[in-house]
Design a protein around this ligand. Structure first.
Ligand code: SAM
Ligand code: SF4
Length: 476
């Protein structure tokens, strides 16, 4: 077992890189005459959007390919959240110049947040791009492709107040056949001062709950066993049938409806915002075994002054009260993760220490950790100086990462000697003889295969762990 742990530790880094890798469409030949290739960067929302785009273009007679050299249309679905995310796309476009030289008819489309941020300026900056399409304009893709086919440059970056793509059935890309994302809302009405999302994804709007439940039912019928409800701030999900109607649905009610689809369908959700995160949601989670006991509750900082500058609209005490509510209602076993930003404008050493102390109090199971990256035109870029030197930001980030690594290990050790119900997602990346799945608390578990297979629920006795993975044996 010790060797397996060592191997896993080495490969954890690979996993981390894999998370930052773009997702690529798979090869699917339905006998259509044209092929599209789509490469998606950034968050799960973008991956879900690429599935909508694929569905729209499949209707127009496109098959998907995993090799851009064979594609008639190449799409990059982009992220603008940090500068390095945009840089990755620029580098990729350079790489694609040769494809265009070899096959001049190939169209290149830039989709998503970077397209929305730069609009037609993108066409001037990157000459090889034929189409620039924002996240609310995907229904217009057939027309835009036609326009680009005719030699025109095509742009649609219109942001909608209504578009939720509720009626479009996504084509699952890169699917393991067990886990899937369901988009429940779009946009964001918060104005966190560092964040570009409200500008690139527009106003918040919630999708019709009937279409969400129908999608979950459909996924279950196809063999999926784990769905993640996606939104930038799921706790502010609010749907009303019409202005006059009394039929409304909030997030806790939606969660319950999806949980009722089938007891064997696990339900997860992300992202929760501390200011809107209610006890009602926690009680709904407690009521249903199949609602996973895992909450991603980004703090961003542990210091109240910095949180105010970030315009997060809660302070350290409020955040800790929400953590206490999770522990009170769901107990110690509930997994909690966070996002943290190191070196936000004017952050002092003491304020950074508050972030570290918050992490010590909460003991997150997992964290996504970043250095602050100033984004053009955000409130912070307009009003605050990005004045923490690069080296200081990086040093603070590595202190945050060190604490998190220690806490992840500490939290994982609490699972030793216990039996966990694991949903198998596939073969372990390191060993054909091992399976890999997740617990309700979102912990990755690796165990010898025996007769089990993908999609099974297996009880696993956990006997070993590292900071990223639990290791054990299936109990028949
Ligand atoms: N809506 C979610 C929320 O409120 O937590 C997440 C949105 S964003 C896609 C994911 C994370 O990226 C944020 O939680 C934040 O930590 C990080 N982020 C956003 N803007 C950033 C910036 N300008 N620099 C560094 N990190 C940033
Ligand atoms: Fe960005 Fe804040 Fe909205 Fe999250 S809640 S998407 S961090 S503005």
């Amino acid at each position: 077992m010790e060797r397996v742990v060592q191997q896993l530790e080495i490969l954890t880094e690979t996993d981390k890189e894999a998370c930052e890798m773009p997702r690529i469409s798979k090869e699917e030949n339905r006998g259509n005459s044209r092929k599209m290739y789509i490469e998606s960067y950034g968050c799960q929302m973008n991956f879900a959007d690429s599935e909508i785009v694929t569905s729209i273009l499949q209707e127009q007679g496109f098959d998907t390919t995993s090799d851009f050299n064979n594609a008639d249309v190449i799409f990059l679905n982009t992220c603008a959240i940090r500068e390095n995310a945009e840089q990755k796309v620029r580098n990729r476009l350079k790489h694609l110049t040769n494809v265009k030289k070899n096959r001049p008819g190939t169209l290149i489309g830039v989709l998503g947040c970077m397209a929305e941020r730069l609009k037609s300026k993108f066409l001037e900056e990157e000459r090889i791009v034929d189409m620039v399409v924002g996240p609310d304009a995907y229904r217009d893709l057939p027309r835009l492709v036609e326009e680009a086919d005719g030699g025109q440059k095509a742009v649609n970056v219109f942001l909608s107040r209504e578009e939720t793509y509720a009626d479009i059935s996504p084509v699952r890309l890169n699917s393991n056949g067990v886990t899937a994302f369901i988009s429940i809302m779009r946009g964001c009405d918060n104005m966190c001062s560092f964040c570009v999302v409200p500008f690139t994804r527009g106003r918040e709007r919630s999708r019709d709950p009937h279409s969400i439940v129908a999608e979950a039912r459909d996924l279950f019928a196809q063999g999926y066993r784990d769905v993640t409800l996606l939104g930038q701030n799921v706790d502010s999900y609010k749907w009303k049938a019409s202005e006059e109607s009394k039929e409304t649905c909030n997030f806790a009610q939606l969660l319950e409806q999806v949980a009722l689809v089938h007891p064997d369908l696990r339900v997860r959700f992300t992202t929760s915002h501390p200011k809107d995160f209610t006890d009602e949601v926690l009680h709904t989670m407690a009521k249903y075994e199949n609602i996973c006991k895992y909450i991603h509750l980004p703090a961003q900082s542990g210091n109240s002054r910095v949180l105010q500058l970030m315009n997060r609209t809660y302070d350290r005490e409020w955040y800790l009260d929400r953590i206490a509510a999770i522990r009170r209602i769901l107990g110690e076993e509930c997994g909690i993760s966070t996002d943290m930003i190191a070196g936000f404008c004017s952050e002092t050493e003491e304020e950074h220490q508050d972030t570290l102390s918050l992490m010590e109090i909460v003991k997150y199971d997992y964290a996504y950790m970043f250095t602050y990256s100033e984004r053009p035109n955000t409130p912070a870029a307009k009003k605050l100086a990005d004045d923490i030197p690069y080296e200081v930001k990086n040093r603070r980030l590595s202190e945050i990462i060190d604490i998190q690594r220690k806490n992840s290990l500490e939290r994982n050790k609490l699972d030793l000697g216990k039996i966990h119900k694991v949903l198998v997602e596939g073969t372990s990346k390191r060993s054909e003889d091992h399976l890999q799945g997740r617990t309700s608390a979102n912990k990755v578990v690796v165990f010898p295969k025996k007769h089990y297979k993908k999609g099974d629920y297996v009880h696993v006795f956990v006997s070993d762990c590292n900071s990223a993975t639990l290791l054990g044996e299936a109990i028949d």
